[in-house]
Design a protein around this ligand. Structure first.
Ligand SMILES: [Zn+2]
Length: 317
């Protein structure tokens, strides 16, 4: 999947045309994508077949984490001065199996200033055959001196089709839900696809938004939220997205609908709610989210939330 990314193919192009730089910084909020991208690139750059083939001597060793010329950092959770020292001590040593030596550094934005400064000294004047592949979730916590020494690439999100292919084998509804809420991030999508709780919350919220019609039903639907705070928070997020989708249909912005699977249900709902009601409900959901952060009784909060939805729907006819 990674090989479909534009950023991967850009680097491939640089390598083919001999325009490879010595230090790159890749930016994506998705840690998983970053880590996979750096590994894929290291394979691409050392592969005997020039394609990250996965089977040649170099690719196989990188896959197994045993390639002597591909060094992955941090060794522990975050990149620390010790990691930078290890790089400093080994950077002059010639590669053993290939003509390049690759340092992979995941999450440089989590490193302390000290560790980054130590790394900076190395990337200022690296030996000829050394390449640094560095990643970060955001560039805000990366020292400007480092930023000025690297070629920066933003990692784009994945297309829906690519994500669908990745989730091939996952039950269809689960895959669709994960893709809708994964925001185009591979790691987040995979995580959601295997998160049975989230799938349950989604189904509950779908049932709620389609069937909540009168106040007698409130105690029943309220139970969907009150299991615990995480359940409440996640359910609230999903419900918020659903109402937003209904609003998008109501104002003829179908292309903005996130949960395409529910388009038919949302179309029916859009006839039941006015634009004003939908806007007000979305506002209320944001307020509820704030209240959730201060310790309140979850059942009471859920009751209020559902009562408000019915009331607003009725008042803003
Ligand atoms: Zn290979």
């Amino acid at each position: 999947m990674i090989t479909k990314l534009k950023v991967y193919n850009d680097i491939k192009q640089y390598a083919l045309t001999g325009k490879l730089a010595q230090a790159y910084l890749f930016l994506s909020p998705d840690k998983f994508t970053n880590a996979e991208l750096l590994l894929a690139l290291s394979k691409l750059l050392l592969c005997k077949n020039g394609s990250a083939c996965g089977v040649c001597e170099h690719c196989a060793k990188i896959n197994a984490g045993t390639h002597p010329d591909v060094l992955v950092f941090p060794k522990d959770k975050n990149f620390v001065v010790d990691d930078a020292s290890k790089i400093y001590d080994t950077v002059q040593v010639k590669p053993m199996l290939s003509n390049k030596k690759i340092y992979i550094i995941n999450g440089i934005d989590n490193a302390t200033e000290q560790a980054q400064n130590k790394l900076l000294k190395i990337i200022e004047e690296p030996p000829q055959n050394v390449i640094f592949l560095i990643s970060a979730n955001t560039e805000e916590k990366v020292l400007s001196t480092i930023l000025s020494r690297v070629f920066k690439h933003h990692v784009e999100k994945f297309d829906e089709d690519v994500l669908k292919m990745t989730l091939n084998g996952v039950e269809k509804q689960t895959a669709n839900i994960a893709i809708s809420f994964g925001d185009g991030y591979l790691g987040k999508t995979l995580e959601l696809a295997s998160n049975a709780n989230f799938i349950e919350y989604y189904k509950n919220m779908k049932n709620l938004i389609c069937n909540l019609k009168k106040s007698e039903q409130i105690p029943y639907f309220s139970g969907y939220f009150s299991k615990d705070k995480t359940c409440f928070e996640e359910s609230l997020k999903i419900l918020n997205d659903f109402f937003r989708d209904v609003l998008m249909i109501k104002i003829d912005q179908q292309q903005e609908v996130k949960n395409k699977d529910l388009q038919f249900e949302f179309l029916n709902l859009s006839a039941e709610y006015s634009i004003q009601a939908l806007t007000k409900i979305i506002e209320n959901l944001t307020q509820i989210k704030k209240k959730l952060d201060s310790n309140v009784n979850l059942t009471v909060l859920a009751d209020n939330l559902l009562f408000d939805i019915l009331e607003v729907k009725f008042l803003c006819k």
